[in-house]
Write a protein that binds this ligand. Structure first.
Ligand SMILES: Cc1ncc(COP(=O)(O)O)c(C=O)c1O
Length: 453
């Protein structure tokens, strides 16, 4: 299957800008136009079939063409296609969804505020944290800590929490600081244990806090596993070390479950997989299996109390978003949760994840592979290699990753290149034979790229 990897000057430029690529690569020669999808497969306008082994950026968790979900969305369109959520009215569906989420979110006694994207949800939470600080009489408490390599969104504030790509956008905004990503494979000193590594990162966080004006930090935002950083699985000592620093300074923990929520890590939420007790949680993507843009923040009890109290003093909470709490999104989310529960998709995904991990494990000794990590129905191949003395031996891991990604794309498998890694995380509905097919093609891609070196 020949796929053009380069473009020539006379290629037609498309009348749109596509993200996460060079702007000048916006041509009809190298863009695949996806026309339809079925199950875990998508098909482009040339009739090529691809296994969407990332659920399309970890979002289409029920795969494509789920008739039951489509019917629920269509029914909601007929009943109530839209009503705004503001000024003492909202849709019945958004209340039902909020009630459902209060039962399942990994935050004690949460209140919900909805948005249309993960980015918006992060921004809304940051605004509400600031409102809460003002209400408590400590308006200077507004700094947010993120981690290098993590991704939290495209808007100004969420891109500021994101740990990278700042300079070209004139970011971060004031009030955002970053600590190291938990990259044990890449960043450990030779022979450093995971406990030593984790306490080193906790010391770094402590130092960053000490460096800021007293009482100026509102929250730290972290994903249970950073997929954008290359599926960096935290060692068991990491979160206990980090959260004990945060607790010592009264800093809230925000868990970004935009990717890890709704079954990806073998539990309904990644916080459960890593034993986290977040103050607030952010969800999007899989909440509607991406069939409708919807996101939400589950706010913790203390912040909600501060908002209520602050609003008594300040007046109206001057925040709403026209499309947020959309009744069609609410109907989609409720149906997705019904399907996940009824079909035991979290358990199914965990079993499929074990099969994926077992399949990929056979490449552990492949000459290109440095490490294979997996949790739930997510895995990554890391092309940074270490020798017997635990020293890094290669500097071409990013190029290898890109070569494997492109080769797999040519073989009809969509993975996600993330620096020196490729990430695999198919829809939750994937079947055993499909996992085996992904593994088979990964093996072929590894051998092909190796043979071309
Ligand atoms: C962990 C995480 N948080 C937030 C976002 C932003 O979500 P959205 O793209 O829906 O704005 C993303 C998007 O990929 C993400 O991966």
């Amino acid at each position: 299957m020949a796929t053009p990897q380069t473009y020539v000057a006379e290629d037609e430029r498309l009348p749109l800008i596509i993200g996460f690529q060079r702007v000048a690569e916006n041509t009809n020669q190298i863009t695949r136009f996806i026309e339809h999808g079925r199950g875990i497969y998508v098909y482009d306008t040339d009739g090529r079939e691809y296994i969407e082994a990332t659920a399309s950026f970890y979002a289409a968790s029920l795969g494509y063409q789920n008739d039951e979900l489509i019917d629920a969305i269509a029914a909601q369109y007929r009943e109530l296609p839209f009503v705004v959520s503001a000024l003492h009215r909202t849709s019945k569906g958004s209340l039902d969804l909020a009630e459902k989420l209060t039962e399942i979110l990994p935050v004690a006694d949460p209140h919900l505020i909805f948005g249309s994207s993960g980015s918006e949800a992060i921004d809304f939470l940051i605004k509400l944290l600031r409102f809460g600080s003002v209400a408590r009489g400590e308006p200077e408490r507004k700094t947010i800590i993120g981690r290098h390599g993590s991704y939290h969104g495209a808007t100004l504030a969420s891109a500021s929490v994101t740990g990278g790509h700042h300079a070209e956008f004139g970011l971060p905004l004031p009030g955002f600081s970053h600590v190291s990503q938990v990259d044990y494979h890449g960043d450990r000193e030779p022979q450093e244990t995971s406990a030593e590594f984790s306490s080193r990162l906790a010391v770094e966080l402590e130092a960053l806090i000490a460096d800021q004006p007293m009482g100026s930090i509102a929250a730290m935002v972290a994903e249970p596993i950073s997929f954008s950083a290359g599926f960096k699985v935290p060692p068991p000592e990491y979160f206990p070390a980090i959260t004990s620093v945060l607790d010592g300074h009264g800093i809230d923990l925000v868990v970004d479950e935009v990717i890890t929520g709704f079954g990806r890590t073998g539990n309904l939420f990644g916080a459960q997989t890593f034993g986290l007790k977040p103050d607030h949680v952010v969800i999007a993507k899989g909440i509607t299996s991406a069939y409708f843009p919807l996101s939400a923040v589950g706010l913790g009890r203390d912040l909600y109390a501060a908002l209520e109290d602050g609003s008594e003093k300040i007046g109206t909470l001057a925040h709403a978003s026209t499309m947020a709490a959309h009744p069609v999104g609410a109907a989609a989310a409720l149906k997705v949760m019904e399907i996940i529960e009824r079909d035991k998709l979290v358990d199914h995904a965990a079993v499929m994840g074990e099969r994926l991990a077992k399949g990929l494990a056979r490449f552990e000794d492949h000459p290109l592979v440095g490490e294979i990590r997996s949790v739930g129905l997510g895995a990554s191949l890391d092309f940074l290699r270490r020798d017997d003395a635990d020293c890094i031996v290669n500097s071409d891991a990013d190029e290898v990753s890109l070569a494997i990604y492109n080769t797999l794309l040519d073989m009809g498998v969509v993975t996600r290149p993330a620096g020196r890694n490729i990430v695999i995380a198919p829809p939750l509905i994937v079947q055993g034979s499909e996992i085996d097919e992904i593994v088979l093609r990964v093996g072929k891609a590894l051998d092909l790229v190796q043979s071309q070196r």
